[in-house]
Ligand binder design. Structure first.
Ligand SMILES: [Fe+2]
Ligand SMILES: [Fe+2]
Length: 391
């Protein structure tokens, strides 16, 4: 069944050029174009929409107000804000209501890149309620000590990009959010944003300070709900996997972009688990109990109770937030990389063939956490050789 994209563009000429460039996509995507927020809401009420792209400057109800209303009425819809004015402050405010921002005018390249990034609609069977929760996430919980350290560092008159990078790059929640922001602010560069340091350098220290202190895009774990896996364990595991992935990648001669990509994929690989334990602590406790009692891997227990694994959940969120294909793929398949070959890439219909190489058979045993990160490393390292990291 074709997916449906709804564009809200006030100028008739922009709508006409959008229809013209849509032809090559029409086998997979149905296009609807309207000019006002009222028409968009009426359209949404008559038939389901997968993605809505709204200009921010509509007359009457503004574009962001419209997207906020769409998220309220149909939380699963992927919301994208657009404007010809790609001012940094405007983009930050757009991400309050939208999952991503794309620049106008629309070119074939922009539209194609956007649809690639809406891969979450390709996600395997995932309960509507779970999709809704993920689509509603604005921040992920950061380790409180790191969050406080970042706030203090950014409040200091001597705040530097090096301080910001050092702190942010230790925390999967902060890195994920930073990449969402920078990928929207520098749409088109997302394939080459290689590291937290690169992301901080692109944004500049003043923007990073404002993200932390004014816009508050990061959030510390409030600690009210007891998590079935302590946040500190998840944090320690993700950082250890990220660092080890970087070490392995360095030894494989895949270039600096590949090395930093391996670090980010390692750091973020279990972000789906963070989403699940933070949003469904009770149910995730049952997952762990089920895995223990039935003696099955955690992924199998997640599948039994959520009808989705933490791979699916993490990849869905990262795709929704516009992270690069390579990281989304690494997260989506980190427990079963060969599934990518079997399935032909369920997440990214437009992806070029992967430069697949079988992983090495063994990594010298190192115990880095409560699960074997060795398996993860062996799994996703080849995925970090995707064109997005190597070209
Ligand atoms: Fe893991
Ligand atoms: Fe995992």
């Amino acid at each position: 069944m074709r997916k449906r994209a709804l564009f809200v563009v006030p100028e008739a000429s922009a709508g006409a050029s959008l229809r013209a460039l849509w032809a090559p996509l029409s086998d997979e995507w149905e296009l609807a174009v309207v000019a006002t927020a009222a028409e968009a809401l009426s359209c949404l009420g008559t038939s389901p929409v997968d993605v809505i792209v709204s200009d921010m400057h509509l007359t009457g109800m503004g574009g962001l107000q419209l997207l906020a209303e769409v998220r309220r009425r149909a939380p699963r819809v992927i919301c994208i804000a657009s404007s010809a004015c790609a001012h940094r402050g405007l983009i930050l405010s757009a991400l309050e209501a939208a999952h991503q921002f794309i620049p106008a005018p629309f070119t074939a390249e922009v539209v194609r890149a956007m649809l690639v990034q809406t891969g979450p609609s390709e996600a395997p069977l995932m309960e509507e309620s779970l999709r809704t929760v993920i689509a509603g996430i604005r921040t992920l919980p950061s380790l409180p000590q790191l969050y406080q350290e970042l706030v203090v560092a950014m409040e200091a008159p001597t705040a530097s990009a090096a301080d910001a990078t050092r702190i942010i790059s230790q925390d999967m929640a902060m890195v994920t959010k930073l990449l969402q922001v920078v990928n929207s602010a520098f749409f088109g560069l997302r394939r080459t944003i290689a590291s937290p340091a690169h992301a901080v350098a692109l944004l500049g220290i003043d923007t990073v300070k404002s993200l932390v202190l004014s816009v508050q895009v990061f959030a510390q774990f409030d600690g009210r709900a007891a998590m079935p896996i302590p946040l500190e364990s998840l944090w320690r595991h993700s950082l250890a996997v990220g660092r080890s992935a970087r070490d392995i990648a360095k030894s494989r001669d895949i270039g600096s972009i590949g090395v930093e990509g391996a670090f980010m994929a390692g750091l973020l690989h279990d972000v789906g688990q963070l989403v699940l334990v933070a949003n469904f602590p009770g149910q995730y406790g049952e997952v762990l109990e089920y895995a223990r009692n039935q003696r099955v891997p955690v992924c199998a227990a997640e599948k039994a109770l959520f009808n989705a694994t933490h791979q699916d959940v993490g990849a869905y969120l990262l795709g929704l937030w516009g992270l690069s294909n390579a990281i989304v793929e690494a997260v989506a398949y980190h427990h079963d990389p060969e599934a990518h070959l079997r399935e032909g890439g369920r997440w990214r219909p437009f992806m070029r063939p992967m430069q697949w190489r079988r992983p090495p058979t063994l990594w010298p045993g190192r115990s880095l956490g409560y699960v074997s990160p060795v398996l993860h490393l062996l799994s996703f390292l080849p995925l970090c050789r995707l064109p997005a990291f190597t070209s």
